[in-house]
Design a protein around this ligand. Structure first.
Ligand code: HPA
Length: 279
């Protein structure tokens, strides 16, 4: 399993600083098919993932593999265009390496996005859900990026999870949605490892347990960001409606996930701009 020392994070920070002369305040993590948001930054400077030592390079289609710096609504931001996933074979320390590096570069707030399947039957393809809580199945089976030795100077051994999705940021997003006339759901994200999509029986189970959307990312990054004291908010783009019956002529696939991203990116842009204006 690949783990890191403090020096590994510092090396990555140093390489990035040698290429980019900007100090970001906000980090954006852009999920499957949602990378287009980074193209909207002004004064863009990009660093390719493979140029940064230790960086986990995503192997998934729809993830561009760049770290893009710039401003949005006048706020200096850094956007991670493409993320690594646990199912690609990366350790959770690798998956969350970019979050630690972004914090060391200066971010105080992290806005994460992902593609997710809609469990809640009121959700439709192309909708956006803001996370207000999560269920971490990957953590429950013993995979957590905070496992191992804890550096008490960075964060606590036992992290509280009640105040995870920042209430002030959520209020700002709600207000932005209202001002923009956008439908914004709020709900519980269920994190599974993937890479296979869920069976209909699993979908019915996750719904019963209180999940509103299901995906294969985000929660690990949220844990690490909160451990470092970074304010967090997250959005799921609902790219497909979860299929809860075996007696239908349907199958979930990655192409529909990427297609729906095109409808979702402009909505996310309006929400993120609204939140940034509120900072
Ligand atoms: N399930 C899990 N992850 C996903 C889905 C899904 O239906 N859609 C996009 N990511």
């Amino acid at each position: 399993m690949t783990t890191y020392t403090h020096t590994d994070y510092e090396n990555a920070v140093q390489v990035i600083r040698s290429k980019v002369n900007q100090t970001p305040r906000v980090g954006l993590v852009l999920g499957s098919g949602l990378g287009g948001l980074a193209d909207r930054l002004e004064n863009r400077v990009a660093v390719a993932d493979h140029e940064i030592p230790g960086w986990p390079v995503s192997t998934v289609e729809g993830h561009q593999g760049k770290l893009v710096f710039g401003t949005l609504e006048g706020v200096p931001v850094v956007a991670q265009q493409g993320r690594a996933h646990f199912y690609e074979g990366y350790s959770l320390q690798q998956v969350t390496f970019p979050v630690r590096v972004m914090q060391m570069l200066g971010i105080e707030t992290l806005i994460l996005t992902n593609a997710a399947g809609g469990l809640n039957t009121a959700y439709h393809t192309g909708d956006v859900m803001m996370l207000n809580d999560h269920i971490n199945f990957v953590g429950m089976v013993g995979h957590n990026p905070l496992m191992g030795p804890n550096d008490d100077r960075i964060g606590p051994r036992f992290l509280g999870m009640v105040q995870t999705y920042d209430r002030a940021l959520r209020a700002a997003a709600r207000q932005a949605a209202k001002a923009e006339g956008l439908l914004l759901h709020e709900g519980v994200y269920v994190c599974l490892s993937g890479p296979n999509f869920e069976t209909p029986a699993e979908i019915r189970m996750l719904r019963t347990l209180g999940g509103d959307a299901v995906g294969m990312s985000t929660v690990h990054e949220v844990l690490v960001a909160r451990h470092m004291g970074v304010r967090v908010m997250a959005f799921s783009g609902i790219t497909n409606e979860a299929i809860d019956s075996v007696d239908v002529d349907l199958e979930t696939n990655h192409e529909e996930v990427l297609d729906a991203g095109k409808i979702i990116v402009p909505k996310l842009e309006r929400l993120v701009r609204g939140v940034l204006r509120s900072l």
